[in-house]
Design a protein around this ligand. Structure first.
Ligand code: FMN
Length: 172
């Protein structure tokens, strides 16, 4: 695969184990920059971010998810939130958040880092906001756990493309 964008898309895997090497803040800013270059309806850019690198805060956030082992192992977290005061359309703003997060996942891959999109933690989104002293007008969309990958053994599967393309007889 010669094209770097296609390569990043196909090579990206959810990384859940990390080394203890710290992640430079400039890389976290680069990851966020790719997020804000995602498309958004009316170009309203409703996303907001919180960077968490302090180890005790990471531990405290780990307690708010079933996936505490993943969060604890991460060297950095980025919370992705929607500013409800900037939003204009529930569905479209959530779609924009998804595009933003996917850009960020691909950027971590391109930068030689690893990350995983954590959604289960959303059941405790109010507690996450409270722990980070973030006003609840910012609605948590995901927490990305980020670090240097411990290994590259992750594999994943997808169903065959034919299972997703509707045939004319299935469309009615
Ligand atoms: C909305 C969303 C929520 C997710 N939540 C979690 C999560 O809480 N914990 C986790 O380990 N992975 C989570 N994932 C990652 C998926 O499990 C992963 O993307 C999927 O298994 C495919 O694997 P791949 O990313 O390596 O291709 C989530 C992914 C998405 C898109």
């Amino acid at each position: 695969m010669e094209n770097p964008v296609l390569e990043a898309i196909y090579k990206r895997r959810s990384i859940r184990e990390f080394t203890d090497q710290t992640v430079d803040i400039s890389l976290l800013h680069e990851i966020i920059k790719t997020g804000i270059w995602a498309p958004s309806g009316l170009n309203n850019q409703p996303w907001r971010f919180s960077i968490i690198q302090e180890s005790q805060t990471i531990k405290n956030i780990a307690e708010l998810t079933h996936y505490s082992h993943i969060v604890s192992a991460a060297q950095a977290l980025i919370a992705v939130l929607l500013d409800t005061e900037t939003m204009y359309d529930e569905v479209k703003d959530h779609q924009s958040a998804g595009a933003c997060i996917q850009n960020m996942l691909l950027a971590t891959e391109a930068l030689g880092l690893g990350s995983v999109w954590l959604g289960q933690i959303l059941k405790n989104k109010i507690k996450v906001n409270s722990l980070l002293a973030i006003d609840n007008k910012y609605d948590l969309m995901a927490v990305l756990a980020i670090g240097h990958p411990l290994h590259h053994n992750q594999s994943s599967t997808r169903k065959n493309i034919n299972e997703f393309i509707l045939q004319p007889e299935e469309m009615t």
